[in-house]
Design a protein around this ligand. Structure first.
Ligand SMILES: C[C@](O)(C(=O)O)[C@H](CC(=O)O)C(=O)O
Ligand SMILES: [Mg+2]
Length: 297
């Protein structure tokens, strides 16, 4: 009821233990707090807060227009409803190293279990678009060092993302991955890897856990969990999958409603009221009321 019962520190400890286990952790991207509950109900390992989804929900392109206030506010709304660890897309960290430090602390306060900071220039763009640029390696290292230094909870996961593969090539991406690991990154997000061979190169280069981004309609071959596990990948995100599915279904519904003047034929494609109420745990609110209003000294 109202919120999850697992504390942020316990979620962070669980995420750390999961990373240490070597097993593949599956983090679908939540569209909103309600879908975060659905992700947990379906047995996934964590919830991802996608920058592309936060910006799209605000009808903004994913080009660095969201603010840390908007991202931290959404992350808090999502993290509070799930017992799973929440990993947040913090883009480039929202400014200089001191801004990155503030971003870490705001997301810790929001109850997140970790974040990722990327080495793109500001303004960033979606990692699967052409024309990306990356900052020099030392600037990116300073971002990671600032993030590691700023966290209050040592279990808060700082992931370093490199977009270098599509910009300066694999050799530079590997060099950066090593430098970010040396700067204290707990997890490496190798963005826009094209397929297994790319992951093999990065896996051989660093000892820290690796995150794979299985986002649709971009530069990456969509690899299944068995393949990702065989490649030694530790976390996989499906950042925009639920948003894309929801928008497609919504468009189908609007088309039918406009053409047929009723949604009757859509009912078997909808989440039933009883299922929504079960997901929202209506029952526990009734119990709460009974306890309070029937309370007698
Ligand atoms: C992972 C990502 O950073 C995100 O914001 O979710 C995006 C996802 C996408 O645009 O498909 C990305 O840059 O890969
Ligand atoms: Mg993003």
């Amino acid at each position: 009821m109202l919120h999850a019962t697992t504390s942020p520190s316990a979620k962070r400890a669980a995420f750390r233990a999961a990373l240490a286990s070597g097993g593949l952790q599956r983090f679908p991207g939540a569209v909103n707090p309600l879908t975060a509950k659905l992700i947990q109900r379906h047995g996934f390992d964590g919830v991802y807060v996608s920058g592309a989804v936060v910006s799209a929900e605000l009808c903004l392109p994913d080009i660095g227009l969201t603010t840390i206030t908007e991202v931290a506010g959404r992350a808090q709304q999502i993290a509070r409803v799930t017992d799973l660890p929440t990993l947040v897309d913090a883009d480039t960290g929202f400014g200089e190293p001191m801004n990155v430090a503030r971003t870490v602390q705001l997301l810790e306060d929001a109850g997140a279990a970790g974040l990722h900071i990327e080495d793109q220039v500001n303004p960033k763009r979606c990692g699967h678009l052409d024309g990306k640029e990356v900052v020099d390696r030392d600037t990116a290292v300073r971002r990671i060092a600032a993030a590691v230094a700023a966290r209050r909870d040592p279990d808060f996961v700082v992931a370093a993302r490199t977009d270098a593969l599509a910009v300066t090539g694999m050799a530079d991406a590997v060099d950066r991955a090593k430098a970010y690991a040396d700067a204290g990154a707990d997890l490496l997000f190798a963005e826009a890897m094209t397929g297994p061979a790319d992951f093999e190169r990065v896996r051989a280069a660093v000892d820290i856990p690796i995150l794979a981004n299985m986002t649709e309609f971009g530069k990456s071959e969509l690899l299944d969990t068995a393949t990702l596990e065989s490649l030694g990948i530790n976390v996989v995100i499906y950042p925009v999958t639920l948003l894309r599915l929801a928008m497609h279904a919504a468009e189908d519904g609007l088309r039918t409603l406009a053409e047929h003047g009723t949604q009757r034929e859509l009912l078997d494609r909808m989440q039933h009221r009883r299922d929504l109420y079960a997901l929202l745990d209506y029952e526990s609110y009734g119990v709460f009321d009974d306890d309070v209003y029937n309370f007698r000294l």
